[in-house]
Design a protein around this ligand. Structure first.
Ligand code: GLU
Length: 278
């Protein structure tokens, strides 16, 4: 049986792009799990969690099993992190965002590969670690030496090979967020028995990193469906500043959520929106 999941971050109300992802995940009678990705304390608002449940219900998407809430699972991510640490594949990083920006000379498009490796070269200093705020990064080169460069299979069977430039020294844990998106995501996809990860094309750069983490942690390999982004008709991405309509606003305007879900599954977008490859 195919098991999918919808994993929104409660940092705002859901919009059409989320609806498209959720509807595709629920399609074809897939077993459909819901996960609340609420690990980032700076972006997360409890009222948006309520909003996710309301919107999923409005779309008529029945969720299978109990939703998984990441803030409840910090200890589980800690164990996964400890395994990577025991393998010697992580290092503490003391850089601020400003440090990283200042040390990068080349333009870069992908945050995953954007860290210049400053702290990778430092000898371990437990005194500094005890006294200074830091994050923990994956030593990607070492990780690839251990696990290789695992590819992935898109639904339908096409196999993609990962390229080393897509695998950067990503953050695995931060002082203010006990696990990164990547680490929590692979641990939870495995815990929920997810066999097909459905998510938008803009998350494709995460897939090689997550396949690497799955391999290092001995987790099963799901298939992936990276679907086109829902954009405005002129190709602009949906963003709050562009006044992208939230599902809540569509509901308030009298739109029928179940009908919207049926149209989305048929690839029909409301007037003024379209599907775009990123
Ligand atoms: N929480 C992520 C987001 O809302 C989605 C993660 C995923 O589907 O892997 O963008």
């Amino acid at each position: 049986m195919t098991v999918t999941r919808f994993a929104p971050s409660p940092s705002g109300r859901l919009h059409l792009g989320h609806a498209y992802s959720a509807v595709l995940s629920r399609a074809n009678g897939h077993r459909f799990r819901l996960r609340i990705e609420d690990l980032d304390p700076g972006r997360y608002r409890p009222e948006y969690v309520e909003g996710i449940f309301e919107d999923i219900d409005w779309l008529g998407l029945a969720v299978d099993g109990e939703p998984l809430v990441q803030s409840d699972r910090v200890a589980v991510y800690g164990k996964a992190f400890d395994r990577l640490r025991a393998l010697g594949l992580v290092y503490p990083c003391f850089c601020t965002r400003a440090d990283i920006a200042a040390s990068l000379t080349a333009p870069h498009g992908d945050a995953a590969s954007a860290y210049p490796g400053t702290c990778r070269r430092l000898p371990d200093n437990p005194t500094r670690r005890a006294s200074t705020s830091h994050s923990w990064r994956l030593d990607a080169a070492k990780a690839v030496a251990v696990a290789g460069l695992p590819g992935w299979t898109e639904e339908g069977g096409t196999r993609f090979e990962a390229r080393p430039e897509y695998i950067g020294d990503v953050i695995l844990a931060r002082k203010d967020a006990p696990s990164s998106y990547h680490l929590a995501c692979v641990v939870d996809d495995a815990a929920s028995g997810v066999t097909l990860v459905v998510r938008a094309e803009d998350l494709r750069p995460s897939t090689p990193i997550q396949r690497l983490l799955q391999t290092l942690l001995g987790l099963p390999e799901p298939a992936y469906l990276h679907h086109p982004l829902v954009t405005h008709g002129d190709g602009r991405r949906l963003a709050k500043r562009d006044l992208a309509p939230t599902l809540a606003a569509m509901r308030d305007a009298g739109c029928d959520g179940r009908q919207l879900a049926a149209e989305l599954i048929a690839g029909q977008l409301p007037l003024g929106f379209r599907l775009s490859q990123s």
